[in-house]
Design a binder for this molecule. Structure first.
Ligand code: WT7
Length: 633
């Protein structure tokens, strides 16, 4: 049943933001506590001549004060963070007042380590409260955090530390996921061997494992915590001062540092969290994402805390100790709003309904998904088995670059259709364009662009503003290109069809084909590699690699496994190829360009429609490739 008051409110918001966007956003900005209220709103341009993204440029505020201090008077003793460890029931909670003290202390330790406004601090952490505490401590003193997912390899960590010139690293002795130990400190030490500029490492004790500590460089958080004061004044920050850098994969080159700033980002996550989830004091909000991804930044930490909600931090996996974990834990913690990824839903769906139905889900009232297109079958299972047909499903389309949700159904107002993220939130202007950039109207398919800036938009690629422009604003002049293909139906609903560039979405995580290829060719036996996406029942997309070996190297099952393990070691487990085919030759045009279209068709096992192969230098290689197709793991 649509809620008429809410429907009216949403219609009014759409109308207001279209009529006078600046007035609308200045009004929305009142959701935040400003040290100096902004009078300026959108001053962005997507055009080459005066390119730049800027919002609320004369405003001043502090993100940590907005997420903590302003709640102390009204809800200081309310729970802020509910930590649930890898073992069911292993955890603790922090009230807003406790969070305040921890963040102040951490900020003071950072200061003592020489951290200042603008210093880049890399985090390589498990999903423990100290991860959020460290992020908020950075925000408190104006340091810029860069969280690197704990599943990334030492090399990936080193690259990210080097790219943003971090001088401080925050890590833990180890992590524990699904009963297995993750050697965070050992990995950090390997990475730091390549990062001489890191002067200080703050180590949080999580597992209690005996790890090596380097004198003068490494300090234990639990030792330093008591040596500093429990108060730290929040730094006065300009709305456009950097808040964080988060690395994400693109279609070319190394991962880029997506830069978000203070005012616009915080407003966007505050606004979208409230609009889509509307958590109040009785709610317990659980977003299952890791803080190593943008979803963890926006909807585990900043969005919920800015709204004064109770947020769950989960350091485990969906199937440990059994596939009922999400629902057992939801019941035990009293979770009312649950937000996860389609890949987890599909994996759990396979295990059967019994794992769900044996746990009481009567407290759940809202379900969300994010990260990749959700197939209608998984959507229906989520809505009807998990949600008992009672909970709206909020499918949120967005990206690391957008800061927060962009296209999603406001629950109770926008009718859902399984598999569609539905309609844009107020202030979001999506368009579908053809290959030449012509805007397509009505029911149609095309490339998804956003025609106007919104407050949560990324501001730059760290250290390479030109790359920012080239990557996102040069394909279709004057528009932000998302990299996604999309269909719009006769009701104006958006159906994201997936990436149209060389980015693979593996279990909701972005992987650039170029990154996997460069990891493969770094192996001594590999001459050339081409990587494409393949359909995968659980992951959405899997990684399919075509590998040409150096002359004289014989292929073997052993080498196939070795190469998969190699990529895993170079980048991290999420980059492990699902299928690896030895290919004596790759399909190249006469000018030497690999025709990926053909490789994609082979990976998809759609070899009846390979299209025109006459422009290939050697059309014969195609038959060999088709004959040599392998199936994924
Ligand atoms: C890409 C962005 C947004 C945080 C997690 C991923 C895909 C994301 C959806 C959705 C269809 C989706 C897109 C997008 N994507 N959400 N609800 N429906 N596709 O962030 O790593 O920056 O990836 O994820 O392809 O471009 P990301």
């Amino acid at each position: 049943m649509p809620d008429t008051a809410k429907a009216q409110q949403l219609a009014q918001s759409h109308e207001a933001v279209e009529r006078d966007p600046d007035a609308y956003w200045l009004k929305q900005a009142e959701r935040l506590d400003w040290i100096r209220l902004p009078e300026k709103a959108n001053e962005s341009s997507f055009e080459k001549a005066d390119f730049g993204i800027s919002w609320f440029a004369d405003g001043e505020l502090n993100v940590s004060a907005n997420c903590i201090d302003r709640h102390l008077a009204t809800r200081g003793d309310q729970t802020a963070i509910i930590f649930e460890g890898d073992e069911p029931g292993e955890g603790r909670t922090l009230t807003y007042r406790e969070l305040h003290e921890e963040v102040c202390r951490f900020a003071n330790v950072l200061k003592a380590e020489g951290c200042k406004k603008g210093t880049r601090v890399t985090l390589y952490m498990p999903m423990i409260p100290e991860a959020a505490i460290a992020m908020l401590a950075c925000a408190r003193i104006g340091a810029v955090h860069s969280v690197v997912f704990g599943g990334f390899s030492p090399d990936s960590l080193a690259d990210r530390i080097t790219d943003c010139e971090s001088t401080i690293l925050i890590t833990a002795d180890g992590g524990r996921r699904g009963g297995k130990r993750i050697p965070l400190k050992e990995n950090a030490d390997k990475a730091l061997a390549k990062c001489p500029d890191v002067q200080s490492v703050i180590v949080v004790r999580r597992t209690g494992d005996d790890v090596a500590m380097t004198d003068e460089r490494d300090v234990w958080w639990h030792e330093r915590r008591g040596e500093v004061g429990a108060e730290c004044e929040p730094e006065r920050m300009n709305a456009e001062d950097p808040l964080f850098i988060l690395y994400t994969s693109g279609s070319t080159g190394k991962p880029k540092g997506v830069l978000h700033t203070t005012g616009g980002y915080l407003l966007w996550v505050t606004y979208t969290f409230d609009t889509l989830f509307g958590a109040d004091a009785d709610d317990v909000f659980w977003c299952t994402a890791d803080v190593g991804w943008v979803t963890g930044h926006s909807y585990v930490v900043y969005g919920p805390l800015a709204n004064g909600a109770k947020t769950v931090m989960f350091d485990g996996v969906p199937n440990y100790p059994d596939p009922g974990r999400f629902w057992e834990t939801s019941q035990r913690l009293g979770v009312t709003i649950f937000y996860t990824a389609p890949t987890a839903i599909r994996a759990l769906m396979r295990e059967g309904d019994e794992w769900v139905t044996r746990h009481d889900r009567s407290q759940l009232r809202l379900l969300g998904t994010v990260g990749e297109p959700i197939n209608p079958e998984a959507w229906n299972w989520y809505a009807n088995v998990v949600g008992e047909g009672r909970c709206p499903v909020v499918d949120t389309w967005w990206q690391t670059e957008t800061g927060g949700a962009m296209i999603a159904p406001v629950p109770g107002v926008v009718d859902t259709k399984p598999g569609s993220a539905t309609k844009p939130l107020p202030g979001v202007m999506p368009q579908l364009v053809d290959a030449e950039g012509a805007v397509l109207e009505g029911a149609t398919s095309g490339n998804l662009v956003i025609a106007q800036s919104w407050p949560g938009q990324m501001r730059s690629v760290y250290g390479d503003h030109e790359r920012f422009f080239q990557t996102y604003f040069s394909t279709y002049a004057g528009k932000y290109f998302t990299g996604d293909g999309c269909r719009r139906d006769e009701d104006g609903y958006y159906w994201i069809t997936g990436r149209v560039d060389d980015v693979i979405n593996v279990s909701g995580h972005r992987m650039g084909t170029a990154e996997v290829e460069s990891a493969l060719v770094a192996h001594e036996d590999v001459a050339e590699a081409a990587v494409v996406g393949m359909p995968h029942d659980i992951k959405g997309q899997g990684i399919y690699a075509f590998v040409t070996l150096k002359a004289g190297v014989a292929d073997s099952e052993e080498l196939r496994q070795q190469l998969k393990t190699w990529v895993r070691g170079e980048i991290g487990p999420i980059a492990t190829p699902d299928a690896l085919q030895f290919a004596p030759g790759l399909p190249k045009t006469r000018s030497g360009k690999i025709m990926r279209r053909i490789l994609r068709k082979i990976a998809e096992n759609d070899t009846d429609s390979l299209g025109d192969t006459s422009t290939l230098a050697d059309p014969g290689v195609v038959d060999d490739l088709v004959a040599g197709r392998v199936s994924g793991s």
